[in-house]
Write a protein that binds this ligand. Structure first.
Ligand code: DAH
Length: 366
């Protein structure tokens, strides 16, 4: 085993040799260590305060060195100390199952099971919105969006709901507070339907237009199995020369078959909306019972799904400047509840489930 020699010759060559002998011995002893106990013995032999190799080097080489050699010997002894400490730590890491330097010393146990990250998925309402949109995209429609906080003008007035008209009472509006000083058409509200996007679209583009407008809407409704103060709609608008009610019927009949299956039938009922004339409600034959009558369709065989109609000439008057002369063009519009579509497509019987954020419910639609 290596013994620290006394030095008699302090020439550079002699010092080099002494250092080289010590380093070679260190290397050999480090390589021989194969367990924790051996590592401890190595550490004590080289680094123990009282009689470790480093202490002996300090006594036998540095302290004994003549004055003129002290500086050089001191420098070499310091280097040796760092060298020994570093090698001893490296062996310790090797004993702890670690090797190398840097990242590799972090040590990864590849036998541990991994952490599986749940992959996100579209919410069923978003899926329904996307499905409706792709049916209309295939017919050449583009997509427009509008703000969820809307002015009275876009939500009501330009859609032919005059101020104080009782038709406004059919939509339980959520107005923003503290706007009494504003003219009524500028007052802000949470839009009650996506129909204001019709006006915004016609202001933006001259005819012809074919757009669908998906989005959130709000009404001051008490929540129950079929009502939610927040819900979703898809609006549709087609304006061109010679658009007729036949175009409207054919378009919606095709869309309903694309969404609910080719055996689904549609029927149109007279209705009223201020912004369409004539107006209709559309029902589809119940996709669950095929029209025989079941719980979902309340035994009627039919389910009401959307409102529609021919754009009222009064609405075109609000955008006449942008090329919408009601004597030259015509159009149809429709609006459907996207939550309704999701519920029918996935057989969900309570609209509240869509908005409670319960992962156990939502996971079923991944
Ligand atoms: N905006 C109506 C509502 O929320 C739905 C609607 C009916 C939209 C007829 C239309 C339409 O575009 O033509 O009740």
């Amino acid at each position: 085993m290596y013994q620290v020699p006394k030095l008699t010759d302090y020439s550079a060559a002699a010092l080099d040799k002494a250092v080289a002998d010590l380093s070679a011995a260190l290397e050999q002893e480090c390589a021989a260590v194969s367990n924790e106990a051996e590592w401890k013995a190595l550490r004590d032999r080289w680094m123990a305060r009282k009689s470790g190799v480093l202490t002996q080097v300090n006594d036998l080489w540095l302290k004994a060195a003549p004055g003129e050699a002290k500086r050089e010997v001191g420098r070499r002894v310091n280097e040796l100390r760092a060298h020994v400490e570093n090698d001893v730590v490296t062996v310790q890491e090797r004993m702890a199952g670690r090797t190398g330097t840097g990242l590799a010393t972090e040590g990864v146990d590849i036998s541990l099971p991994g952490i599986r990250r749940a992959i996100g998925a579209r919410h069923p309402v978003l899926q329904a919105l996307d499905d409706v949109i792709s049916v209309f995209k295939a017919m050449g429609y583009s997509v427009e969006e509008g703000p969820e906080v809307e002015t009275d003008y876009y939500n009501f007035e330009a859609l032919n709901f005059p101020p104080n008209h009782p038709a406004r009472d059919t939509q339980d509006t959520i107005f923003l507070a503290g706007q009494e000083s504003k003219p009524s058409r500028d007052r802000l509200l949470l839009r009650t339907h996506t129909s204001p996007v019709q006006i915004r679209t016609m202001q933006k583009y001259p005819p012809p237009v074919r757009v669908v407008c998906p989005g959130k809407v709000h009404r001051h409704d008490t929540p129950d199995a079929s009502h939610s103060p927040l819900f979703h709609q898809v609006e549709g608008l087609a304006v061109d020369t010679n658009i007729t009610f036949c175009d409207l019927k054919g378009t919606l009949d095709h869309a309903m078959k694309a969404l609910f299956g080719s055996s689904v039938k549609t029927r149109f009922y007279p209705s009223f909306f201020p912004f369409t004339e004539p107006s209709a409600d559309v029902q589809i034959s119940c996709p669950f019972c095929g029209g025989k009558g079941c719980r979902t369709c309340k035994q009627s065989g039919w389910i009401e799904l959307l409102g529609c109609g021919m754009v009222d000439p009064n609405v075109f008057e609000f955008v006449r400047d942008n090329g919408y002369d009601p004597a030259k063009i015509s159009g149809f519009a429709f609006g459907m509840g996207a939550d309704r579509v999701a519920m029918l497509r996935y057989g969900i019987d309570d609209i509240q489930l869509l908005f409670q954020g319960d992962v156990r419910f939502l996971e079923q639609f991944v």
